[in-house]
Design a protein around this ligand. Structure first.
Ligand code: PEP
Ligand code: MG
Length: 318
């Protein structure tokens, strides 16, 4: 089985009816970029940059150190796209000794973009490092946990200011595509707003499920209720994919759902064309893609999403 899958590594990811599918990797360290390529990824769909910041006892990496790290990842991609997500600390990914680490309810508290916007100097340091790395290869920059209109405008203003700071210093930087993670139900519901302001979207199903169902993703006591096939979750995911398609903008799924072989047919049927996952899942997912016929999957996927019991309809995959 292993050897057979390995032979798929360099085969193009294309469905039986000829639809090309983008299979990307989720990484946590700059050195993982080259490994992801070796594993057969067409690019990185999620670089969880917070791992550069964790375990450092309050000593955050500066612009130069971050630039070197992002640059290493860009170089490792050899011209393929690298999607860097700005720091997503808080909740299950705490930052040691940062003074703001006592949270009442961390998953609903000051995490991700909220933390970045509360620490604008730190945020712009990261943005400048990313923009500088983007001079060396294609970089997509995306933001976690956006929900509010003012978060969008403030985030875009910080990017503009970071560019200006580099310009004033005469430091070279490159172009970046800007993307929003859709991982709060509010964002999924107002997806058209996000499509108007960003070049691409990426659905974070791990958090989208957590927030749509009010299930702490880290709490074992309610793990049995953490259900990717809950009709509300599927409807939110379907709505975002469809809206992206209608707007002609790229939508990726970068949560665990994208690496689950049992979910690939459904996501393809809903129109998803970009998947980002743990590199270990790439070949298994590619195998599912090669077997799939989107023309048959589309009407079935519609039935799954509108069913009271999606799991039952899932079992009748064409
Ligand atoms: C997600 O929420 O689905 C996601 C990809 O981000 P993370 O798991 O890092 O929160
Ligand atoms: Mg998330």
């Amino acid at each position: 089985e292993r050897g057979r899958l390995a032979r798929l590594r360099h085969a193009p990811a294309i469905t039986r009816d000829g639809v090309p599918i983008e299979l990307l990797a989720n990484i946590e360290q700059p050195g993982d970029a080259a490994l992801a390529l070796e594993a057969g990824a067409a690019g990185v769909g999620l670089f969880r940059s917070e791992f550069l910041f964790m375990g450092r006892a309050g000593q955050l990496p500066g612009e130069e150190e971050q630039y070197q790290a992002y640059r290493q990842a860009v170089d490792g991609m050899q011209g393929r796209p690298l999607t860097i997500r700005t720091i997503d600390i808080g909740a299950d990914k705490p930052l040691e000794k940062h003074g703001r680490d006592v949270f009442l309810n961390p998953a609903l508290g000051l995490r991700a973009i909220r933390w970045s916007l509360a620490e604008p100097a730190m945020f712009r340091t990261q943005l400048r490092a990313v923009l500088r790395a983007a001079a060396h290869g294609p970089v997509r920059l995306m933001f976690p946990m956006l929900a509010h209109r003012q978060e969008v405008t403030q985030t875009l203003a910080q990017v503009a200011q970071a560019r200006q700071e580099l310009q004033e210093r005469g430091v070279p930087y490159g172009p970046v595509q800007l993307g929003a993670m859709i991982e709060i139900p509010a964002a999924a519901i107002m997806v058209d707003y996000f499509l108007r302001h960003f070049d691409f979207l990426s659905i974070g199903t791990n958090d989208l499920i957590q927030y749509a169902l009010a299930i702490d993703r880290a709490d074992e006591a309610v793990a049995h209720l953490y259900d990717p096939l809950h009709p509300a979750v599927l409807q939110l995911v379907a709505q975002v994919i469809a809206a992206g398609q209608a707007a002609g903008k790229s939508v990726c799924v970068c949560g665990e759902m994208a690496g689950d072989p049992d979910m690939i047919g459904l996501l393809l049927g809903l129109g998803l064309r970009s998947f980002s996952m743990h590199p270990a899942q790439l070949l298994t997912v590619k195998q599912e893609v090669l077997r799939a016929d989107t023309r048959k999957l589309a009407p079935w996927a519609e039935q799954v999403v509108s069913a009271d019991d999606p799991a039952a309809v899932m079992a009748q995959i064409p």
